[in-house]
Design a protein around this ligand. Structure first.
Ligand code: FE
Length: 155
């Protein structure tokens, strides 16, 4: 009877623990609580990466950035875009017509704000990057519209 009780208790504890890790680990490989993210990111990056906020157009540091290199996730350092695919969309946000590595960005249907859009997220940490539109230039015809705050430029 004692063993039965103990096994039951352990099952309940593992169910609670599983539930918690699902909450803090949506579609990504990094397990961090919201409090940890809030402590590690500055307020702007936290609001955009973790709360799906958007920086005002023409305000981000990479809108007119033209150096050769790569753009990495500001939340976890995953390589997201190459400067080779960056172009001036006129939108006021850094825009790319292709991903650097298709496995590193996931696409999710976003029905908020009365629109149906495709949200793009970092596949590794689940950080919000921006949205994907089909009005981009050749060769893909796609526009990855990304918040500067979600990116860190590097070599
Ligand atoms: Fe990330």
């Amino acid at each position: 009877m004692k063993t039965f009780f103990l096994t039951g208790l352990l099952s309940i504890i593992s169910i609670i623990t599983l539930g918690q890790s699902t909450n803090t680990n949506m579609s990504n490989n990094i397990e961090k609580t919201e409090q940890q993210w809030a402590n590690e990111l500055n307020p702007e990056k936290y609001q955009i990466l973790r709360k799906c906020s958007t920086e005002p157009p023409f305000t981000g540091k990479y809108v007119n950035h033209k150096e050769d290199g790569f753009y990495y996730c500001a939340g976890c350092g995953t390589k997201l875009f190459s400067s080779d695919s960056k172009y001036d969309s006129g939108s006021g946000w850094p825009s790319f017509y292709a991903k650097a590595d298709s496995a590193n960005i996931i696409e999710i249907i976003d029905k908020t704000h009365g629109m149906i859009r495709t949200e793009i997220k970092c596949a590794n940490c689940g950080g919000h990057l921006g949205h994907l539109f089909n009005d981009g230039p050749k060769p893909t015809g796609m526009r990855y519209c990304v918040n500067s705050a979600s990116l860190e430029f590097g070599e």
